[in-house]
Design a protein around this ligand. Sequence first.
Ligand code: MN
Length: 128
Amino acid sequence: MWRILIVEDSRTNMLLAVEVLASAGHIPLEAVTATAGIDIARREHPDAILMDIQLPGMNGIEATQILKADPATRNIPIIALTALAMKGDEQRMLEAGFDGYIAKPIHYKEFLAELEATVLRLHGERSE
Ligand code: MN
């Protein structure tokens, strides 16, 4: 059971991600803006963050850079959640500081499997 912060401004995607995580026994934390997400990350120190890229105001790349520059939050795995499923994007996201990448649209089983595998891999790397 993990506490996973979802930073996502699309209500449809948020509801789906929350439902998938909760149904698997995880605890979803929700933020609809990058600044709210940063506040929650600092306060709650979740096990992982799912970060949308296109957000109103500050975008997900800027928010990730801020969290990765802060010693208090830099060890939290941040997984990009983006519709930009184009060749080359994964490398671009990793260069921006993201630890992983999940392409939207969210498909229930694939999303959960990919998320859990990614979080386990990242926490394994952290503890080595
Ligand atoms: Mn968005």
